[in-house]
Design a binder for this molecule. Structure first.
Ligand SMILES: N[C@@H](CCC(=O)N[C@@H](CS)C(=O)NCC(=O)O)C(=O)O
Length: 205
């Protein structure tokens, strides 16, 4: 398997999952501006949508969309418990969280990356995001992980997107359970290993 990633982006989520599962994989860095890869290839030929993450399987098939990739990976090793079994109500709860993270937090924070937006418009998006954080905070006040007592792929994803908030000068300490959650997950060996592997691949022109 080959994971196409860019540092500090959502591709960290499937990368953490690969590490959690102890699967072997190659890592290919993508320059999100030029769309060139560390293998001197054209990323658009891998994923015509032009964005990470993309997971190339040994069959040559390419999977995209973070929530789909992490579920595919979790199902390769169900015994690791990173996703409840398909068909169980808990699996739907997992998908509920993945969809919430992708549409409300990941996509919801995208406007904050856009420096061309006037401050007043950014403020509208920030307030909307804060309401979503209030909801997450309520959930995490009584449990360590999104689905309860056990780390799942949804936690890899939420950890990843919460990591962008510092860059937007959003202080997570306003949501103490969420801040503690991010620290807890950041200390996992899988996260440390994924970040260390990414750091070893030099930037691509
Ligand atoms: N819907 C996609 C969105 C992926 C996405 O937003 N990727 C960003 C990094 S977090 C990216 O590579 N953007 C570069 C671009 O769109 O050109 C998913 O959930 O996987």
């Amino acid at each position: 398997m080959k994971l196409y990633f860019a540092p500090d982006t959502c591709s960290l989520s499937p990368h953490i999952v690969l590490q959690e599962l102890g699967l072997s994989y190659d890592l290919v860095r993508v320059n999100n501006r030029t769309k060139r890869t560390s293998e001197d290839g054209d990323f658009l030929a891998v994923n015509p949508k032009g964005y990470v993450a993309a997971l190339e399987l040994d069959t040559g098939e390419v999977l995209t969309e973070g929530p789909a990739i992490v579920q595919y990976l979790a199902d390769l090793k169900p015994e690791a418990g990173l996703a409840p079994a398909a068909g169980a109500i808990e699996r739907v709860r997992l998908q509920e969280w993945l969809n919430f993270i992708t549409s409300e937090i990941h996509a919801g924070s995208s406007p904050l990356f856009n420096g061309a937006l006037p401050e007043a418009v950014q403020a509208i998006f920030r307030e909307r995001l804060f309401r979503r954080f209030d909801f997450i905070e309520t959930s995490l006040a009584s449990q360590d992980y999104l689905l309860g007592g056990r780390f799942t792929v949804a936690d890899a994803y939420l950890f990843t997107v919460l990591g962008w908030m510092e860059g937007f000068s959003i202080d997570l300490d306003r949501w103490p359970a969420s801040a503690r959650y991010r620290q807890r997950i950041g200390a996992r060996a899988s996260v440390q290993a994924a970040l260390a592997r990414e750091a070893k691949i030099p930037p691509v022109k």
